[in-house]
Design a protein around this ligand. Structure first.
Ligand SMILES: [Zn+2]
Length: 203
């Protein structure tokens, strides 16, 4: 184990790191560019909590898709260079301020047993190709209004999408995570304040 980081390999979880592919808000596979790849590491304390969701997944014939977990600070820095910061504050302003860089946050949704995402009010990261094309040129107008749909208090979505969002929140809070108001997919380990930034070096 490296700096208390655990590599997730359990088959209840689908590893689909969004920054290891190009269909994300930055439009670049930053995790590949830095030699990290499509792997999900997280602090061992996060893994101990996340594992508690397995009986629920089994019981309901579901899986969990992991779209981000530990994020190497160098990757965060690259994302900040690609997407300029605006009032949308899409990425934390420094790696220090991102829980992902501390290994204490995950971006997740539930899927059916075949890996098809359940319905939610937006994609994870509120991704849509047209917004990605806009934001990398510095145009945030449409995206910022779209981000309203990523909030836990957004109630205009289809009832099924709201139900799925609330189900995810309930189960994640039950097993030891806290939600944030403006991103339905993002969960922090409780007491994340006690965990330091973790640097990444390729071996
Ligand atoms: Zn996140």
């Amino acid at each position: 184990m490296k700096d208390n980081l655990v590599k997730l390999t359990d088959s209840h979880f689908i590893i689909d790191m969004m920054y290891a592919r190009t269909n994300n808000m930055a439009g670049r596979a930053v995790y590949q560019e830095i030699g990290y790849g499509n792997v999900a590491y997280m602090h061992q304390d996060v893994w101990k909590k996340l594992l508690k969701i397995v009986p629920f997944l089994d019981e309901n014939k579901l899986k969990m898709r992991i779209c981000d977990a530990y994020r190497p600070p160098i990757a965060h820095q690259k994302l900040l260079e690609i997407i300029p910061r605006t009032k949308a504050k899409f990425f934390a302003e420094t790696p220090e301020k991102s829980n992902h860089c501390h290994g204490t946050a995950v971006d997740v949704c539930l899927t059916d047993i075949n890996g098809n995402n359940l319905l939610y009010p937006t994609e994870i990261d509120a991704y849509e190709k047209r917004f990605q094309e806009q934001v990398i040129t510095g145009n945030f107008i449409e995206f910022e209004s779209h981000l309203q749909k990523a909030r836990h208090d957004y109630m205009e979505a289809l009832p099924e999408a709201i139900e799925n969002r609330e189900q995810l929140k309930k189960i994640m809070e039950n097993i030891g995570f806290e939600s944030i108001s403006h991103e339905w997919w993002h969960y922090n380990l409780k007491n994340w304040q006690n965990y330091p930034l973790i640097e990444w070096q390729n071996n």
